[in-house]
Design a protein around this ligand. Structure first.
Ligand code: ADP
Length: 539
């Protein structure tokens, strides 16, 4: 009997980071990794960074790191972190990027759970690691980058000395594309951190996707300002995509406030960056005179991007902000709000303000509570499910069957999908407000409120209500020099959302509590409300 399937005649070329690494270091040997020190700027060519990455691989191998072993990084975005991004996966080990802002117990948990054998630590944040050093059960060596107070870490090794002791080159092993290259834990906005292990293949495909003009078009003409921490979903894919295409990589290290970012942008003239709305808001309010004209676009996501923020960036800086959607489990890019062709210029913002259009390469759907698939009609609301070659199929050593449905990842985000594949997130399932059995979108309310000139930040959470089970409560951070009145804000909303959505309860706070990656931490707000710690005005 003959085979029914005709075998392909193509090479079985492995999709590994080794290929990205080799391509960048040769084809783009002169491109640069630029690191900000707060005052000066240091630069190295891709050729130099690659040579140091080889030495790092040599040093780690000498310390006993073998394929499959985990090496943690506790670093800012800088050249050394890039060296780790290249060396560790290419030697077959797993790069475990550690969120430096985790609570101590969560930090110890992810290092132990990840079985990290070696840690690379930035000296400036060594004290944060020292707090948990005694609880670390798997760490054999700590390598320190830079100078600082390393007391409390026990025996340490110096990064530069280790590199200096190695000779040039490294004999990289053959790697199976399906093996883990990197690992990242979710930031735990709504629960305990869960480990996601990205394969070489998934990173390769995600990187290729980010170079497509259909998405964010990273290319050799770019200078990428990598604001998103390299410990947060691989800095949204920019380090690898930049390395592969020869875009310069500009690393802000720990200087992430508006003023130093404005200085760095003025001095290095990046063409592209990505950031969460909190960072953009900070720039808008604290560096409105910054010259951002070198930026062709800013991709913004991680939480809903208020329309008012996009308009303000257009008007203040003349820079286009494009909204994207994704999560740790989706590598992260899964949807981007690229305006559909044929849209009239005056309607463009309506599309840009939506969550995003599904990327080529991944598939989305929405399901109701019973798991039935709902139509793409822009109306039906359900939980977004997603699948594709850079979407998580399971968590690292964590079963979590409730997160999967027939091979699709359940995102925990609730929303609708237009017939053209544009999705609109109305809430996280855990933040959904159900009033009298009907959903109120906190995202919509926040978006509208943040359009009011006296509102700097607005977070809306559901609080218990005797009559309606739950009602929205608005937590407002007033814009500087203003003192908004709840009744005025309510009137403002009245013309913009359904009447029954209007919050009765209002509270004014100095700052909305944020998670380790700068998102509104609504569980903290709900807990403060329950503990009677907020002054609430009822109207
Ligand atoms: P965590 O889940 O710990 O916050 P992630 O960074 O993985 O960490 O967050 C992913 C979540 O962020 C998504 O599930 C979604 O709720 C939210 N999110 C990301 N982008 C957007 C967006 N453009 N609009 C609304 N929510 C978003």
């Amino acid at each position: 009997m003959t085979d029914l399937i005709t075998p392909s005649t193509m090479q079985d070329f492995p999709l590994t980071i080794q290929h990205l690494f080799g391509h960048g270091r040769t084809v783009h040997a002169d491109s640069r990794v630029v690191t900000y020190t707060g005052e000066t700027i240091r630069e190295a060519t891709f050729a130099q960074v690659a040579e140091r990455a080889d030495r790092l691989a040599g040093a780690l191998a000498r310390l006993g790191i073998r394929p499959g072993d985990r090496v943690g990084t506790f670093l800012w975005n800088n050249q050394e972190h890039m060296e780790a991004y290249l060396a560790i996966p290419c030697m077959g080990a797993v790069l475990h990027t550690l969120n430096i802002r985790l609570f101590p117990e969560q930090l110890a948990y992810v290092i132990n759970h990840g079985h990290d054998r070696v840690l690379l630590v930035d000296a400036s944040i060594a004290p944060l690691l020292a707090r948990v050093r005694d609880q670390l059960t798997t760490v054999e060596h700590i390598i320190v980058v830079g100078e600082g107070d390393t007391s409390g870490l026990g025996d340490i090794l110096d990064y530069e000395s280790l590199l200096a002791a190695e000779s040039e080159g490294f004999d990289y092993p053959e790697i199976n594309e399906r093996e883990a290259a990197a690992m990242c834990f979710t930031s735990g906005t709504t629960g305990h951190p869960k480990g996601v292990a990205y394969s070489h293949r998934s990173i390769w495909l995600h990187s290729a996707s980010t170079t497509s003009a259909q998405t964010i078009a990273i290319n050799q003409g770019d200078r990428l300002l990598v604001i998103v921490p390299m410990f947060h979903v691989m800095a949204w894919g920019m380090p690898y995509a930049g390395w592969w295409t020869g875009a310069d990589l500009i690393m802000p290290a720990q200087f992430l406030q508006a003023a130093p970012l404005a200085d760095l942008i003025a001095r290095t003239k990046p063409t592209f960056t990505g950031a969460v709305p909190t960072i953009l808001n900070d720039i808008l309010h604290n560096a409105a005179d910054a010259d951002l004209s070198s930026l062709r676009e800013i991709v913004c996501g991680g939480s809903a991007v208020p329309r008012s923020l996009m308009v303000a960036f257009d008007q203040t800086f003349g820079v286009r902000v494009t909204q994207a959607w994704g999560m740790t489990e989706t590598s992260p890019l899964a949807a981007i709000a690229s305006v559909p062709r044929g849209t009239a210029p005056e309607d463009e913002l309506d599309w840009r303000a939506r969550t995003g259009r599904v990327l080529p390469g991944v598939e989305i759907r929405i399901c109701d509570d019973a798991g039935a698939v709902l139509p793409w009609d822009g109306q039906a609301q359900g939980e977004i499910e997603i699948r594709g070659p850079w979407i998580t199929a399971s968590y690292y050593l964590d079963d979590a069957p409730e997160k999967f449905h027939d091979g699709w990842l359940r995102t925990g985000d609730v929303g609708s999908i237009e017939p053209n594949g544009f999705l609109q997130i109305s809430d996280r399932a855990k933040d959904v407000i159900k009033s009298g059995g009907e959903w109120i979108s906190s995202v919509d309310l926040e978006n509208e409120l943040m359009g009011h000139p006296a509102v700097r930040e607005a977070a809306v959470v559901g609080v218990p209500d005797e009559k309606w089970d739950e009602r929205p409560m608005a937590c407002i951070v007033a814009a500087e020099g203003t003192d908004p009145d709840p009744a005025e804000l309510r009137d403002y909303l009245a013309g913009r959302v359904a009447k029954w959505w209007l919050p009765e309860r209002w509270t004014f706070v100095d700052e909305v509590p944020k998670t380790s990656v700068g998102k509104f931490d609504k569980k903290v707000l709900r807990a403060r409300y329950a503990a009677d710690e907020l002054t609430v005005v009822e109207i």
